[in-house]
Every structure is written in C-alpha cells, then in structure tokens.
Design a binder for this molecule. Sequence first.
Ligand SMILES: CC(=O)N[C@H]1[C@H]([C@H](O)[C@H](O)CO)O[C@](OP(=O)(O)OC[C@H]2O[C@@H](n3ccc(N)nc3=O)[C@H](O)[C@@H]2O)(C(=O)O)C[C@@H]1O
Length: 396
Amino acid sequence: MAAAGGSGERRGHLAAVILARGGSKGIPLKNIRKLAGRPLIAWVLRAALDSQAFDSVWVSTDNDEIEKVAKEFGAQVHRRSAEVSKDTTPSLETIQEFLQHHPEVDIVGNIQATSPCLHPLDLAKVVDMIRNQGYDSVFAVVRHHMFRWREVKVPGEGTVPENLNPACRPRRQDWRGELFENGSFYFATKELISRGLLQGGKMAYYEMKPEHSIDIDVDLDWPIAEQRVKRFGYFGKEVPTVVKLLVCNIDGCLTDGRVYVNQEHESISYSLRDLDGIQKLMEKGVTILLISQRNIHPSLISTMNLPCEVEVNTINKMAVLQMRMSEMGLSFYEVAYMGCSDSDVECLKFAGTSGVPVDASTAAKMTDSFSCTQGGGCGAIEEFAEHIITLMESGR
Ligand SMILES: CC(=O)N[C@H]1[C@H]([C@H](O)[C@H](O)CO)O[C@](OP(=O)(O)OC[C@H]2O[C@@H](n3ccc(N)nc3=O)[C@H](O)[C@@H]2O)(C(=O)O)C[C@@H]1O
C-alpha cells in the first residue's frame, strides 16, 4: 500500500466493517430490529454500498439471523468468534480479529449501526481524506453548544464552570460550540489497528451535520432515532421523488378491520387522523383511491363522507391498480400502495413506495414496505402519508 505521508495517494483495500453482535444489553437483537421499517444495520449498509467508496462492505456478527439480514441487504459476512462478541468486547478487538481473517484489507472504515442517519456523501468525503489527504485515521464528530460544569465530588464543595465565563455568557450564535465524537464511524489503517488504535497517526475529525448525527445508546434513543431517520435518513438511490397515486386498502388500513353488525345495518370506524393524512397528500397533488374487496353498501360509503374516490367489491386488487395506472399514464415508480393482508402482497411488492400498518399480516410485513408504528384505523395512513411527503419534499 502506498504511504500517505501528507501527499500522494493511499491505495490499498478499504473495507467498511459494521459490527453487529447478536447479544445486546437493552433491546434484544437491536442490530436488526426494524427502525422506520428497515432493520437497523440496513440503514448504514445502504449508505456504505451506495457511496461506492469501499472495496468491500462487511458485517461482522456471531448470529445467524443477523447474517441472513446482512446478506439480504448486500453485505459480505464475517462470522466472528464468541470471544470477541461479548458485551464487554471493545470494537477494536473485534476489528483486529476481522483483520486476522482478512489479510487483504489495508484500511478499515468501522461504521456503527447505532448511527443510522449516515449519508453516502459523508462517507465518500472521509474516504477522500484517507486516500488523498494523508490522514491515517478519521472519525465523526458533531458540534454541541453545551456549557459544562465541574462535578461536585465532595458534598458541600462548590462547582466551577469548565467552558464558560458566567459574567459573559455567550449567545449561541456568538459561540462556535465544541466538537464531540458522535460514534458514527472510525476509519483507520491496518497499521494503527495492529498497534491497538482506531485513532492515531495523522488524525482528523469529520464534522457531521447535527440532523444526521444520532447515537442509539439507550432504549430511550430509539423513538427519537426513528423520527430522525424518517426525516433526515438516507433512503437510497431508487426512491421516487414523485408519487402521483396512492391506492389504499380500506379494510385493516383505514379501519381496524372490525365490522359492527346489528339487524338493520353494519358499521365501521376510522380515525380523523387518517383523513388528515389523505387531505395532506391530496393537497400535494396525489390522487387517492380507497379500495375494498368487500361489497360495502353505497349508503355506508356516502355516510363516511370521504374526500377521495372509493372502489368496493374489488376482486383483484392488482387489476384495479393497473387499470387506474393506465388511465393516469403512470408507472409503478409513481405509485404508492398501502395494504395489510395477504391479498395486498402483490401490489405492495410492485408499487414504487409501499406501507403497512403495524398489525398487518406477516406476508404483508415481509414485503420490505415502510412499516408504520400505528395500526390500521389508528393513524397508520397518516403516518404513511407523512413518510411519502418527506420523500417527495427531500427530493432524494
Ligand atoms: C469504536 C468504539 O470504540 N465504539 C464504541 C462506542 C463508541 O465509543 C461510542 O459510540 C461513541 O459515541 O461505544 C459503545 O457502543 P455500542 O456498545 O453501542 O456499540 C456500537 C455498535 O457496535 C456493535 N458492537 C460493538 C462492539 C463489539 N465488540 N461488537 C459489536 O457488534 C454494537 O452492537 C452496536 O451496534 C458503547 O456505548 O459501549 C462500544 C463501542 O465499542
């Protein structure tokens, strides 16, 4: 491998290595638990693969299920030993073990799955620092504006400020703040790692945007990370920026799937939150079609007073979807579909964007659709609508 030495180009095999042990302290199998519809490791895997900056992309694990998910999302898998898979094993030791089995690797980019808002462009810039700017190690930081105070160790003792003058407290805009490691990634040469260092030699930090910087450390961080990733995460190259049609199953998506019957009539209920979601999408120019395989009575439909089109007694949902697409001159890429049952699976698979409520059937959930945290009839449509709007507005 060519030495960097401040100039010249550092060649050599650069491997992205994501550590994902099976055991996790708080959340069971945290590394593959679904975050905003995708297994946790899949977020950083997509960023690493799409950056096209690595010679190889690996997940190091001791667990069969994680191995399966990692392969499904395009990674190579290194099966690590139990000795380097303990709760107490530092990342460094696990990476050293990886290097022993992969002597072809010269530089490691350790990407932590616990920072799922990573973007490929950031990775490409870091790789440039390692390859072309002479750095031996680069790690991620984020800027915080936090005033630190010395901890009181002896009861009764006073405290003192550590990074501010209380007589002249700077305003946020007058103070650059301080840089903190955010745990997103650590790049280092094999030579440094063999000396027991992930940070050393000619070091640099890479400052990440605060909105991309999240570190899932404790269970409480999970819902925050979920919101953050929905808004600022990297959704991949293939994401459609324009959704023109949303087709949604009424039974189990708009409703919770229950039908209340008495001698005179049947009734169903829906959430006003979902109507809000429908309205928001319509304001963005999206046509909404609600469908049901049931023969819901027209008087019930008109009483529901829905702001969009409704089609009932649909024997074949895919046929209805395709008919509407050809009327509107659309490709699957421009179509969103929300469904919850086995009869929705085909549409969920083909639509450019798809979503399922949290209580969808197993087959529907297996379609790699956006997985709502809300159930049918309880805000799932609104949640999916917000997801679609985020995708459309971010222009990714
Ligand atoms: C490079 C490094 O030192 N990483 C450590 C980081 C880092 O210091 C912080 O993120 C900085 O904010 O802290 C730890 O971070 P944590 O334990 O959450 O681990 C981060 C991710 O790596 C996986 N991991 C870690 C170590 C290991 N031997 N095998 C693994 O599979 C975890 O499953 C998880 O997906 C910590 O909090 O104890 C432990 C990690 O070892």
